[in-house]
Design a protein around this ligand. Structure first.
Ligand SMILES: *Cc1c(COP(=O)(O)O)cnc(C)c1O
Ligand code: SF4
Length: 339
């Protein structure tokens, strides 16, 4: 019965095929990307340069939300590689979060009290140009079932851990058989209370939120939090709203984290519209991250002083519950650091 309701709610979508098919058909060629977006040839050399450093990947479902020919489109700059990515600048490094220092087991990062991050999939459904994981050595961090045992043993042994956070890459890029298995193992650990999933997939390919996913999500005893990664209101079309509804109906609390990005969302109007649109989709703003100083992404940077002013002004436009927390991740700190 519940299943029928969920399917009926899904409504029409312009995309066809399973999420895996949609992902395998994603645009991965800079020339095709420029052509599909109606960009003139002058963008192509830059797109090729950036692509060499971090390959293009944009599924149709996301591409369809970008206005062709509009080089100022806030979704375009999140996916279009530029020459600037090749700049080597002081302070912009490959592993800005120094995560390599906090891996007691393969695929597991333990930096903060009570919660542990598990790299559930090395892959993403989209390659975001600002990504702080663009240089992450994922090949060392996509454990097989046997290798997960080390991480699971670590979780079993530390009774202070209450929350397992599935991360990546994008954890929902893993298939549901693997995810159902992993969640099945996690929920047998008595001191674990919560399962958190940090993902951009329901935004990039809303059809990812399908029956198989909802099945394991609904059936776990763990409390569920899904943290979406959305940077601009234009990313939330009706298919995304419907995917959020399905997640909520499966019992998940929905939050969002954004990255403050130059020329994408660095204005009060844009940030206010994002919070309003998130709430329409049943999602509460959680974090607004300032950019991690990752090599190749400096052109997205907004200085802290400007970020502070933006957020102070944003407070004059939004109810308190729609205000994201402005934070930075500082290596060695016990939590994200408010700015
Ligand atoms: C951000 C992060 C978390 C979660 O932090 P919250 O403040 O609870 O959202 C956990 N582990 C790692 C390694 C993180 O980077
Ligand atoms: S989905 Fe997240 S992890 Fe993947 S490229 Fe985008 S920002 Fe990075």
């Amino acid at each position: 019965m519940q299943e029928n309701i969920i399917i009926a709610d899904k409504g029409p979508t312009s995309q066809t095929g399973s999420w895996q098919q949609q992902l395998s058909q994603a645009v991965r060629d800079p020339a095709v990307l420029c052509q599909r977006l109606g960009l003139s040839d002058k963008w192509l050399p830059g797109a090729r340069t950036g692509h060499q450093l971090f390959e293009v990947c944009v599924p149709d479902a996301y591409l369809s939300r970008i206005a062709p020919g509009d080089t100022g489109d806030p979704l375009l700059s999140q996916v279009l590689p530029l020459d600037d990515e090749a700049l080597i600048l002081p302070g912009y490094v490959a592993d800005p979060l120094e995560e390599a220092d906090h891996q007691p087991a393969s695929g597991l990062i333990h930096k903060y009290a009570g919660r542990v991050l598990l790299i559930a999939s090395p892959n993403c459904a989209i390659n975001c140009r600002y990504c702080f994981r663009r240089h992450f050595p994922y090949s060392d961090n996509s454990p097989s079932r046997a290798q997960w045992q080390q991480a699971l043993d670590y979780l079993r042994a530390d009774t202070t851990i209450q929350e397992a956070i599935l991360s990546g890459g994008d954890p929902l890029a893993a298939n549901d058989r693997q995810l159902a298995w992993l969640v099945g193992e996690l929920e047998q650990i008595p001191h674990l209370k919560r399962l958190r999933i940090h993902t951009r997939l329901p935004v990039v390919i809303p059809d990812r939120v399908d029956t198989l996913l909802l099945d394991w999500l609904k059936s776990t005893r763990l409390q569920k939090v899904v943290v979406l990664h959305i940077n601009h209101a234009n990313e939330i079309d009706q298919a995304v709203v419907d995917a959020c509804t399905r997640l909520t109906q499966a019992g998940a609390t929905l939050l969002n984290q954004s990255v403050l990005l130059r020329d994408v969302n660095d204005s009060v109007t844009t940030l206010a519209a994002l919070s309003e649109r998130l709430f329409e989709a049943g999602v509460l703003p959680y974090y607004l991250h300032v950019l991690d100083p990752v090599q190749g992404a400096a052109h997205f940077d907004v200085p802290d002083s400007e970020a502070r002013e933006l957020v102070a002004e944003l407070r004059n436009h939004l109810p308190g519950f729609l205000m994201p927390r402005l934070v930075r991740e500082i290596p060695g700190e016990g939590s994200k650091t408010p700015i």
